[in-house]
Ligand binder design. Structure first.
Ligand code: IPM
Ligand code: MN
Length: 330
């Protein structure tokens, strides 16, 4: 049966890279039907819709959501991010953000291969807080960070299961327990308790500042990393930078319980400066589509797509999509 995919091309280069990703999925012989949703900054400017509850309910009917990029310079920062991206993560309970990194760090010789599992629905992203006396010299701003036992545990358990399924079976917790004693304490205790259920998985702990050094100087130590929402956001940009660049960085926003569709998106943004020039690299979108196929239990097709992306292709957006599609077919 065909997989039913909702496509949100979004703004800037988003629609172009998403079109190449769909082309490659079809070339891999996977049967999909696609339905386009016109959402993002441009849509917001036209009629004020960011993501209504009615549209969100329509999205719920799909097997997966493939997203290009959202955001345009004409809309103040945060509006579309919070109203569309974060709304999907929260309301569809996409509690895992999975970001694989395969590549060779600048100056390195051996390729690394690790995955970051970022908690995707808690921490400071919940948007709790406020400001008083705003704009005056006496301004006070608070930004709450929420960590629940349930939220931490389901994320940590997912990471252990993933580590268990990989050859090296190694999992590192990244946090900042030396300063964030309450949140760090919850993460560390939960991690150690769940570890007992996975005796085959080797574990380690790194403070997030030290992890930044290791990402650059010794990424080979990592297999699977689990961390909170904000540390994961920052670390995964660094992960992209040491793994061939943000043009290759893919991501999956997963609801592993499958009670709502999961969402797949390249880590890069809408790049308004190069829109319409047919020169955005579609590889990150194509690799995100491969993660979607993993989740749809089309693992063989996903592997073929990843293999086709191994050797870099140069050329325009469509040239790269065509070349990868041709490799996948052959
Ligand atoms: C990401 C992005 C988002 C985040 C922004 C656009 C809200 O940076 O997916 O990493 O911070 O999670
Ligand atoms: Mn980010």
């Amino acid at each position: 049966m065909a997989h039913n995919i909702a496509v949100i091309g979004g703004d800037g280069i988003g629609p172009d890279v998403t079109a190449e990703a769909i082309k490659v999925v079809r070339a891999a012989g996977v049967d999909i039907t696609t339905t386009e949703f016109d959402l993002g900054g441009q849509r917001y400017l036209r009629d004020g819709e960011i993501l209504s509850d009615a549209t969100l309910d329509e999205l719920r009917a799909f097997d997966c959501i493939l997203l290009g990029a959202v955001g345009t310079p004409d809309v103040p920062p945060g509006v579309i991010e919070r109203g569309l991206l974060l709304k999907m993560r929260f309301d569809l309970d996409l509690y895992i953000n999975q970001r694989p990194f395969v590549g060779t760090a600048p100056g390195g010789t051996e390729p690394h291969d690790f995955v970051v599992i970022r908690e995707n629905t808690e921490g400071p992203y919940v948007g709790e807080g406020g400001s008083l006396r705003t704009g005056t010299p006496h301004e006070v701003a608070t930004q709450g960070s929420y960590n629940t036992r349930m939220g931490v545990e389901r994320c940590v358990r997912y990471a252990f299961e993933l580590a268990q399924s990989r050859p090296r079976k190694h999992l590192t917790l990244v946090h900042k327990t030396n300063v964030l004693q309450f949140a760090g304490g919850l993460w560390e205790r939960t991690f150690n308790e769940v570890a007992v259920e996975f005796p085959e998985v080797d574990t380690a702990y790194n403070h997030v500042d030290a992890a930044c050094i290791f990402f650059v100087q010794d990424p080979h130590r990592y297999d699977v990393i689990v961390t909170d929402n904000l540390f994961g956001d920052i670390l995964t940009d660094l992960g992209g930078a040491v793994s061939g660049g943000i043009g290759l960085a893919s991501s999956a926003n997963l609801n592993p319980t499958r009670t709502a569709p999961s969402m797949f998106e390249p880590v890069h943004g809408s790049a308004p400066d190069i829109v319409g020039q047919n020169k955005a690299n579609p590889t990150a979108a194509i690799l995100s589509a491969a993660l979607m196929l993993d989740f749809l239990r089309e693992g063989a097709a996903a592997e073929r797509i990843r293999a086709a992306c191994d050797d870099p292709v140069t050329g325009s957006t469509t040239d790269v999509g065509d070349a990868i599609a041709a490799r996948v077919r052959s």
